[in-house]
Write a protein that binds this ligand. Structure first.
Ligand code: ACO
Length: 334
């Protein structure tokens, strides 16, 4: 019998219906469909327009889809981890709201803040609770309502982000499937390139923080791009090398969807062709913590038991990491 690992045994997702297309953005800021597509790979994104609904709504709907697909009683869930940088509120944690909404009455939960690496950090953390034997069912969710912190007068950021949520269920496996290995990094020395300055204990909300637009996401695209290309490609290559894998062993690279050019660089560095890269940035833009599980959910029907997946992300913090997952079930059998 192999060691106990955390296998992904189900996935689910939720995307708001409203679409914000490049043509819509052309009417809002000085940009063009051509610029956005060639510089980022994005054509449209989903936006949660209802002002009374927030990240927990999308996260709970993703979880409900997963529970329904597996015909699972929510009372069986032991732990809910929500990765997000757009929690409904500072506190309580979004995980508390989600657990209550889905009826996970026996679960505890908390949020993880690691921007675009959030899902990977949550996956890594959730996996430890399974591997240790403490829990049997851990729900890991990546969810962000980016439209709530995007300045739709700033063309350098508003074209990039979208809203969405997706999740994965982790259960114990002793047959050699699941989260095989992962590498995580943070470097807080470069935090100011990608941040939201206002609202926290450093700059509590005030007329001044509003006037300075500190309640919006701030990004200096060029230094983040440079760090992301290197960080994501390096960490994915390190993980693959550490585990003696080659490009041929990998069924899919599952990259964070921030920019097609960053993804392309990572794939080339790993020696894999773009047919083996999960890509949905064109349809959803950058949904921050949701991008990777949204890919898993979109590609689920194609995935087969034993497929090697390399998940990789880079984001604000800076944070970055990669996980090697051996897929645990045939997508079509569900
Ligand atoms: N439309 C038209 N022109 C634009 C737009 C736009 N939407 N946005 C910027 N430009 C202009 C700039 O003003 C600049 O013009 P200038 O030369 O006259 O000053 C020019 O285009 C080039 O700007 P750059 O910022 O150098 O463009 P770049 O090619 O770097 O692309 C981008 C910008 C897409 C943001 C890129 O830098 C990027 O992808 N960065 C990394 C994003 C990322 O990975 N983030 C981490 C994850 S997100 C998270 O953690 C929450």
């Amino acid at each position: 019998m192999e060691q106990r690992r955390a296998a992904i045994t189900a996935v689910g997702h939720y995307l708001p219906e409203d679409r914000l297309t490049n043509a819509d953005l052309e009417k809002m800021v000085d940009t063009s469909d051509e610029w956005i597509r060639t510089r980022t790979g994005i054509s449209e994104r989903r936006i949660l327009k209802d002002p009374e609904k927030a990240t927990s709504y999308m996260a709970a709907n993703a979880a409900k889809e997963l529970l329904e697909k597996r015909n699972l009683d929510p009372a069986e869930i032991d732990l809910v981890i929500v990765a997000t940088v757009t929690p409904d509120m500072f506190f309580p944690a979004t995980a508390c709201l989600v657990a209550a909404e889905i009826g996970a009455v026996n679960a505890w939960g908390y949020d993880i803040s690691a921007a675009c690496s959030g899902f990977l950090f949550a996956l890594s953390t959730g996996a430890r609770f399974i591997e240790s034997g403490k829990h049997k069912k851990v729900l890991v969710i990546g969810a962000d309502k980016m439209s709530s912190i995007v300045d739709y007068t700033d063309r350098t950021t508003c074209v990039l982000f979208g809203d969405g949520a997706a999740c994965a269920l982790l259960e114990p496996d002793t047959d050699g499937y699941g989260v095989m290995d992962s590498i995580e990094h943070t470097d807080g020395s470069q935090w100011s390139f990608l941040c939201m300055l206002g609202g926290g204990s450093l700059n509590p909300p005030s007329p001044v923080t509003i006037e300075k637009k500190w309640h919006f996401l701030h990004q200096e695209g060029a230094p983040v791009f440079k760090a992301a290309v290197k960080g994501m490609a390096d960490v994915a290559a390190d993980l693959v090398e550490k585990n003696g894998l080659s490009g041929d062993d990998i069924r899919f690279l599952v990259p964070h969807q921030a920019n097609l050019r960053i993804i392309d660089a990572t794939a080339r560095r790993m020696g894999i062709t773009m047919e083996k890269v999960m890509l949905n940035i064109e349809r959803y833009g950058n949904t921050t913590a949701a991008t990777i599980p949204l890919c898993l959910s979109d590609w689920e029907p194609q995935l087969r038991k034993g497929d090697n997946l390399v998940l990789a992300a880079f984001g604000g913090g800076f944070t970055w990491g990669a996980s090697w997952v051996k897929w645990a079930y045939d997508g079509s059998s569900d």
